[in-house]
Design a binder for this molecule. Structure first.
Ligand code: PLP
Length: 347
């Protein structure tokens, strides 16, 4: 009897709690909430969150993750999405998500203000992702360490294979990091797949650590924890601006670049707010926040001034990066598993 009573009370309590939690979720939505997964540097993610909250009164719950990690999370949550908007990070996992139908189509009234490359990203994804910034891949080195270890100035991708750089190069893991996937796709496009994988295997001998996040090698170089690091050039520029003894290199063979992207999650619970954020994030004013947060990409709104610190894309030998191919679900999965099997697990 007592057990039954307790059970009944517990059931009532659980029912009340469920109702309360539904009410509070509903109330949060009514007040205006937005759940954002953010793929750029934490500082810029926070600046965007704060400015949008101030402008709209919509409360943003933001989580920063690397590009491949956001993709994996959005995919895992697809049946019951937690996030509304995915802002930033390299375009490839956004393209993959678009192809897999886990993000939604949207045409912003701001499309007319965007650079052609940003619109092309939207067209290639059938309206499911849009370009918000662009930046070139490169590498850098700590000039003090290079001098003390008598390592000559590396200028080309080929220089990173030199024996004197053994255990002196840091780069991220392409499974988690959009930066490192851009490296994988870049090397394969410059050298061809067979030679490209030979290069990555040889590079592995000089890699001291595959980090989770793409910008970590830039920070490690600045701190003197690694002599060389592969990262987006704008992420290395951030270290130079902070007066670290680091030099940025645009590799002599040419290099790839990213189109940082934004997508609305399919089934977003705060869809109207996701669209509000999307439109706002494409404005010239919102895009100025990047440089203010020391992120020196090229913005996609034609009216946003290009930060003077941003690496000049016209002066860099950029490859004709095939975003559709390397952002396709099959190609991305194939290359990542080949890298896992043939490179990562080498001694
Ligand atoms: N940081 C900045 C400023 C970026 O533009 C990007 C890519 O868009 C990243 C980091 C990449 O992050 P990750 O390589 O960790 O996915």
């Amino acid at each position: 009897m007592t057990v039954k009573k307790n059970l009944a009370a517990a059931t009532m309590l659980a029912g009340t709690m469920t109702a309360l939690s539904f009410m509070s979720a509903g109330a949060a939505q009514a007040q205006g909430a937005l759940v954002m997964y953010c793929g750029v540097q934490e500082e810029w993610c926070r600046a965007m969150t704060t400015a949008f909250e101030r402008e709209t009164g919509i409360k943003v719950s933001m989580t920063r993750k690397s590009a491949g990690e956001v993709y994996a999370q959005v995919k895992a949550e697809a049946a019951n999405p937690r996030a509304d908007i995915w802002w930033g990070g390299t375009g490839d996992p956004h393209m993959q998500a678009a192809e897999e139908g886990i993000t939604d189509e949207y045409k912003s009234p701001k499309m007319g203000e965007l650079q052609d490359w940003a619109v092309r990203q939207w067209e290639q994804s059938k309206g499911r992702t849009v370009g918000i910034y662009s930046g070139a891949l490169g590498f850098g080195y700590n000039t003090e360490l290079a001098q003390s270890k008598k390592i000559g100035e590396p200028k080309c991708w080929a220089d990173l294979l030199k024996p004197e750089l053994k255990d002196e190069v840091q780069v991220a893991d392409p499974n988690s990091s959009g930066t490192a996937y851009t490296l994988l796709a870049t090397i394969v496009q410059i050298m061809g797949e067979d030679k490209g994988f030979e290069y990555l295997k040889a590079l592995h001998k000089n890699v001291n650590q595959y980090t989770k996040s793409g910008a970590a090698p830039a920070k490690a170089m600045a701190l003197g924890e690694t002599t060389a690091g592969i990262a987006f050039m704008h992420d290395i520029v951030t270290m130079v601006v902070d007066k670290a003894p680091v030099k940025v290199v645009a590799p002599c063979e040419g290099t790839g670049y990213e189109i940082g992207s934004m997508s609305i999650i399919k089934g977003a619970k705060n869809l109207d707010n996701a669209k509000k954020f999307y439109d706002w994030a494409l404005t010239a004013d919102a895009q100025k926040l990047g440089a203010e947060a020391k992120s020196y990409q090229v913005p996609s709104n034609k009216n946003t001034p290009i930060p003077p610190q941003a690496p000049k894309l016209n002066d860099i030998k950029l490859i004709n990066f095939d975003f559709a191919k390397y952002g396709s679900s099959a190609e991305r999965k194939r290359l990542l598993s080949k890298w896992d099997n043939e490179v990562k697990n080498l001694p």
